[in-house]
Structures are given as structure tokens and as C-alpha cells.
Design a protein around this ligand. Structure first.
Ligand code: M6P
Ligand code: ZN
Length: 212
């Protein structure tokens, strides 16, 4: 099989033409992505970043007054991701790292918004690289459990399962993720119904407390 070199690749790596249509073997060869295994940091010109601040997380934490005490620009987490195909394309895979700052809102740990996949029949992998935390999983019968996260722990998120991560440690929690490109994010169901339990610090220990 020919491995034709990309024209115009004189200096460094050429830009891919159209990320959303791309489906060939040169996707990462032309524009490599690297993962720094100690920190989780992704690098490469096609890495996209998103930041979630305290101001973006209204309605997520139990203690809304405690959330409002923070500067609304304070960063709770950021996500770096690589989307080799367009969002919603069937058959592709996305890759990302999420970095959650240490902190508490009331007795709840800084955490991600959490979501179901819009396409409920899609699973996901998470793998922790730095810090400590908890992956909170809720199935569609609203049974909620959590898995402790430490460097090296691998977490399989079954399909039909809402997922959210809390940083229970005193340093940044970083985890890698891989999910299908046609998963989508359903935040609305979480906004409407929440998780059936919250991970709260009780007597110094992360504890799942059922919502009353
Ligand atoms: C992981 C993946 C992403 C997700 C991110 C933050 O990197 O699951 O799809 O966006 O965590 O989680 P959330 O979207 O719930 O804020
Ligand atoms: Zn997901």
C-alpha cells in the first residue's frame, strides 16, 4: 500500500484539510498528538481546550449560596480534546484529558457537570493519571455508585450510564478519556433530574449521600 507523503509538508506537519470529513490513515501521522503521561497534558496543533468556571456551574452543586461566594471566573476544570472527525459522526473516537482543580463548594468536591450520552448506547473509558478523585456513575434506574480514582485506575463507563468526576484530593486531578464520536452530551437530563446521590465530605471522608 502506498503511504503517499502529504504535499506541502515542507516545514513541520501540514494542517489537515477538513477535520470533520477526515477518515484515513494519515489523521494523526500528519498532525501528531502527544499525551504527557505524568500530567495528562495533550499537545498538538489540533488539540482544543474548554474551560468550566464556577460561573458556568449554576445548579450543579447542592449549596448554591456557597457557589456564589466564589469569583465567577474561578476555574473548576478544563478539558483538552482531540476530535479527529466531526461531533456526531458514527464510527469515530474522541480523546481527551480533564483537569479538575482541588476545591469544595460547601461540603461537595469540585466536579464536572456530568452527563449521559445523548446516544444512550455509547460507553466510554476514563483513566486517571494524576491526583485522586471519584467517578460517580448512575444507571437509568437511578442507582448511583462511585469508583475511587488514583493514577493508573481504569474506568469503564457502561452505556446508558450518567457519569461525573469529583476531585477528592488536594491537588489537580487529571484523567484521560476515550469516547465514541457519536455519543453526544446530554446535560439537560442531569439539570432536570440530577444524580440520585451526591459525593459529600462527611467526617473528612468522601461519602455518597442519597438526595432526600
Ligand atoms: C471527559 C469526557 C468528555 C467530557 C469531559 C468533562 O473528558 O467525558 O466528553 O466533556 O470529561 O465532563 P462534562 O462534559 O460532564 O463536563
Ligand atoms: Zn461521556
Amino acid at each position: 500500500m502506498s503511504t503517499s507523503s502529504n504535499p506541502g509538508s515542507g516545514s513541520g506537519f501540514p494542517r489537515v484539510k477538513d477535520d470533520s470529513e477526515r477518515n484515513d490513515v494519515s489523521t494523526t501521522r500528519d498532525a501528531p498528538i502527544t499525551v504527557h503521561l505524568k500530567t495528562g497534558e495533550l499537545s498538538g496543533e489540533r488539540v482544543k481546550s474548554t474551560i468550566r468556571t464556577i460561573g458556568d456551574l449554576g445548579g450543579i452543586f447542592r449549596d448554591e449560596k456557597a457557589r456564589q461566594v466564589f469569583d465567577s471566573n474561578a476555574i473548576v476544570y478544563r478539558v483538552q480534546a482531540f476530535f479527529p472527525v466531526g461531533e456526531g459522526v458514527e464510527g469515530g473516537l474522541f480523546w481527551g484529558t480533564t483537569f479538575i482543580e482541588p476545591g469544595m463548594v460547601g461540603d461537595e468536591y469540585f466536579m464536572t457537570k456530568g452527563h449521559y450520552h445523548s446516544n444512550r448506547g455509547r460507553g466510554e473509558y476514563y483513566m486517571t493519571v494524576r491526583g485522586s478523585g471519584a467517578l460517580i456513575l448512575m444507571d437509568e434506574s437511578r442507582r448511583t455508585v462511585f469508583e475511587p480514582m488514583h493514577p493508573g485506575t481504569l474506568h469503564y463507563i457502561p452505556f446508558h450510564t450518567a457519569h461525573r468526576v469529583a476531585n477528592t484530593g488536594e491537588s489537580v486531578l487529571a484523567f484521560l478519556a476515550c469516547w465514541p464520536s457519536d455519543s453526544g452530551h446530554d446535560y439537560e437530563s442531569i439539570a432536570r433530574e440530577g444524580f440520585s446521590a451526591r459525593l459529600r465530605k462527611v467526617g473528612g471522608i468522601p461519602t455518597l449521600v442519597e438526595e432526600s
